[in-house]
Design a protein around this ligand. Structure first.
Ligand SMILES: [Fe+2]
Length: 286
């Protein structure tokens, strides 16, 4: 199916061979090292990442690369590669705007099944408000929203999605799993219509996080996934995720191919004044 049509109708698109074997071979030891370092000190919090946390945000923080900036350039080059931006550009109908890079790793000790959710429920913890605001996320065609592009560095089928759920509210059966009874059933393995997305190493899945989705975090299922979160340039989301003032550091983009720097420079143009001012969070859009 045409990716734009699949995005609109199903809320997710699989993109094959985003990263080739050579890039993966360069990236894997880097992300392993970043992950290890985050267990000692996660620089945005200033404390170690929680043990068995499934995700690390801001794997592009310069503190991880203080002794070898070429590894930072490798991460920034991978995340702005044409194969990463091409399909989102078509889905958005405009240039994608950087939002964040994250890593998803399988846990070392305790396995859990992920919980079914829509990211709107974190924006609006009260279900009545979430439901009232939800149509705005459909009508805006991803304005004020984001796309998550998970690229598997080792083969993974840890993401599950309910096709089409981004464009409508929960069915009663879905709501019974996602939110009912204090969400006590939200790790259910019985979500109707759920699809498990199978990715080979280098493949990626872009999904609309307003749709029903979850991950899987099992010790025996190795997961090494790089995630680029993107918005439309015309609809940036100003929140703590984009507070990344290290982009202002001199030389931060050194080693990134010149043709790819515009992607990050757009990000700096959008949020640089806000970082420089050190002002508190304020809603700029969406
Ligand atoms: Fe999510």
């Amino acid at each position: 199916m045409d990716p734009v049509r699949q995005w609109r109708e199903q809320g997710y698109v699989v993109v094959r061979k985003v990263f080739d074997a050579e890039r993966i071979a360069r990236l894997l030891p880097i992300v392993e090292d970043v992950w290890r370092r985050s267990q000692v000190r996660e620089p945005t919090a200033g404390v170690p990442s929680p043990p068995d946390a499934p995700v690390l945000f801001h794997c592009n923080h310069p503190e991880y690369f203080a002794d070898d900036r070429s590894r930072l350039a490798e991460v920034l080059s991978a995340g702005s590669a044409e194969r990463v931006l091409d399909v989102p550009r078509r889905l958005f109908g405009e240039e994608p705007l950087f939002r964040s890079f994250s890593l998803w790793f399988s846990p070392e000790r305790v396995s859990t099944d992920g919980h079914w959710h829509r990211d709107t429920q974190f924006l609006f913890p009260q279900e009545a408000e979430e439901r009232a605001r939800f149509p705005g996320f459909i009508d805006s065609d991803f304005g004020g929203s984001s796309a998550q592009f998970q690229i598997a560095l080792v083969a993974s089928d840890d993401v599950e999605y309910v096709p089409g759920s981004h464009g409508r509210w929960d069915t009663p059966a879905e709501n019974a799993i996602r939110r009912a009874d204090g969400a006590k059933h939200w790790r259910s393995n019985a979500m109707p219509g759920a699809v498990r997305v199978a990715l080979e190493a280098g493949d990626g899945v872009i999904f609309n996080p307003m749709g029903l989705h979850r991950g899987r975090y099992h010790v025996d299922k190795l997961r090494r996934t790089f995630m680029a979160t993107l918005t439309k340039t015309s609809a940036p989301l100003q929140d703590h995720f984009v507070r990344q003032p290290w982009f202002l550091d001199p030389g931060y983009l050194d080693g990134v191919p010149p043709a790819q720097r515009a992607f990050y420079e757009r990000f700096i143009v959008h949020f640089g004044d806000w970082w420089r001012a050190g002002s508190p969070l304020e809603s700029k859009a969406g």
